[in-house]
Design a protein around this ligand. Structure first.
Ligand SMILES: *Cc1c(COP(=O)(O)O)cnc(C)c1O
Length: 246
């Protein structure tokens, strides 16, 4: 993509977030933009980082790790790459937990005991040393859709209890959702509101601050910000259409 086009899109997204914060009476500092770079080449991440973007979201484990290696190996981008905060926003199979544990600043998609146990196991290994604790969000299937990732609403509290009791290396920082409606703006708002209510309930139950609500994408982030989003995950509006997954 031409530098100028990326810059234009990026500035427009930042303005959109500013505007959504103003409309919601929130401070801009309460909302962090996660630029979703999945399926885009590492050079594009480098360009966005050059514009000042620091948080990037990836959905596929191997792709994400490869992209980071490529960035670090590119002499022109390596120093920029050091400051990037990587987020895992896609579904993680528990057999890939060891690759994910400690490699992302935040895993948005914890949705099962099996994955929690696998992450815990990887982090508790004696050689995991410096990895420390892994920040996680619990992904909730707010639309209660059968085929979709995320815990059903009624399974949220049991999953949170499990993590608290059995996974000392995982730190629950909040909740994440993908509503059943896409690019539908205000139609998604009741789902965002539901996620906030679930967070408030869980906060009381666990006695943890749970500051993060990861919700809102290109087509609906204003509604998410109005409902309290602290992390908005935006891909298409910044980088354009994604190439097909090969
Ligand atoms: C791809 C993806 C996004 C970004 O979607 P856009 O519509 O391109 O903004 C956000 N969240 C998750 C979980 C995704 O997989």
């Amino acid at each position: 993509m031409a530098d100028e086009l990326l810059r234009e899109r990026y500035v427009r997204v930042l303005e959109g977030i500013d505007q959504a914060c103003r409309a919601a009476g929130r401070f801009r500092s309460e909302v962090r933009l996660v630029a979703v770079s999945k399926l885009h080449p590492y050079a594009l991440v480098g360009e966005a980082a050059g514009l000042g973007q620091t948080d990037f979201g990836e959905s596929y484990v191997q792709e994400a790790l490869q992209k980071r290696q490529d960035l670090a190996a590119d002499p022109a981008l390596a120093s920029l790459a050091q400051n990037i905060r990587w987020h895992m926003i896609g579904h993680v199979q528990s057999r890939k937990a060891a690759l994910v544990a400690g490699a992302f600043c935040l895993v948005h998609s914890l949705d099962s005991r099996k994955l929690a146990d696998a992450l815990e196991k990887a982090l508790a290994r004696p050689d995991a040393g410096q990895k420390g604790r892994q920040g996680v969000l619990l992904e909730v299937n707010v639309g209660q859709e059968p085929q979709k990732a995320g815990v059903m609403c009624e399974d949220l509290a049991p999953l949170a209890d499990h993590v608290r009791e059995h996974c000392p290396h995982l730190e629950i920082q909040g909740l994440m959702c993908l509503p059943p409606v896409f690019d539908a703006g205000d139609a998604a708002r009741p789902y965002f509101s539901r996620l906030r209510e679930l967070r408030d309930g869980l906060r009381a139950r666990l006695g943890l601050p749970l500051p993060e609500l990861s919700m809102g994408m290109s087509g609906d982030f204003a509604a998410a910000v109005a409902e309290g989003a602290t992390l908005v995950r935006i891909g298409t509006d910044i980088f354009g259409q994604r190439p097909a997954r090969g």
